[in-house]
Design a protein. Structure first.
Length: 273
């Protein structure tokens, strides 16, 4: 009798679980079908109204539905562009970058492809910022600069491909900042190598800065790194060649005393030319 009762209760429990699962499944379907039957024009107008009112999350839901349900509709391309903007306004840098990349891939010759490229760079720019950066309380060149490097690449591509773009002047200004930031980061790494005695690696880092960021302010310090690295390698002739270039380009460098170079991390005599 007890076995029968337990079995009955078990069956009832299984039925209840199945019903709950079924209800949850139907509820999920209703959520997915929130915009089922809504016309393209209506979806677009709702999205535009939400954007105008600054309700970016609401706009995103409409634009995503529009993109999914009407991928070849009359508002498809504009919806994709506005989705980039809406993601950016919600500080979703990853989604912004993904949406911009998708638009560029699908519409490489679109009149607003430069906008998508600019927004992709801008999202990486924002992802690489730190809250205390503007107060100069931290040196972000010592941080992981993956996002800033992506931004630098995108802005350079924008200026190269669309020199007459309305976004090019702003991109150029950001390039200057990022170029100096990335160059300083390389020098922090080079300095680490010098202190650890990895002199060849330090020389190569300095050379990388000179070759890839020739207009950066840090290029002069990169020459100093190369001089010190060559001294560590006991290649004084090469060190003297680079020192001559350093003196000609940055005679007031902190490692110079007149025409004499004083190493900071290498146990070597001063070098003069």
């Amino acid at each position: 009798m007890r076995v029968s009762t337990i079995a009955t209760r078990l069956v009832a429990l299984l039925l209840a679980t199945a019903l709950a699962t079924g209800c949850a499944g139907r509820s999920g379907t209703n959520d997915q079908d929130e915009f089922a039957g809504v016309a393209e024009q209506e979806l677009y107008e709702e999205a535009r109204e939400a954007l105008d009112r600054g309700r970016h999350t609401t706009a995103i839901s409409r634009l995503e539905a529009l993109d999914t349900r009407y991928p070849f509709g009359r508002h498809a391309e504009q919806a994709q562009l506005e989705l980039i903007y809406a993601y950016y306004e919600t500080n979703d840098w990853e989604a912004t970058r993904a949406a911009a990349s998708r638009f560029i891939r699908l519409h490489p010759t679109h009149p607003q492809a430069d906008y998508a490229l600019y927004m992709r760079g801008l999202s990486s720019w924002q992802a690489g910022r730190f809250s205390l950066e503007r107060l100069r309380l931290i040196d972000i060149s010592k941080r992981d600069l993956g996002a800033s490097r992506d931004a630098y690449t995108d802005f350079r591509e924008l200026v190269s491909r669309y020199p007459d773009s309305a976004y090019a002047p702003d991109a150029e200004q950001r390039i200057v900042y990022l170029r100096n930031l990335l160059a300083r980061h390389e020098l922090h790494v080079a300095d680490f190598y010098l202190r650890k005695g990895a002199y060849l690696a330090a020389v190569e880092r300095g050379r990388w800065v000179v070759e890839n960021y020739p207009e950066a302010e840090a290029t002069r310090d990169a020459l100093a790194v190369m001089v010190e690295g060559y001294l560590g390698l006991d290649m004084r002739d090469r060190a003297r060649e680079v020192l001559q270039v350093l003196i000609e380009n940055d005679p007031d460098n902190e490692r110079l005393h007149g025409r004499t170079f004083r190493p900071q991390h290498v146990s070597a005599d001063s070098l003069s030319v």
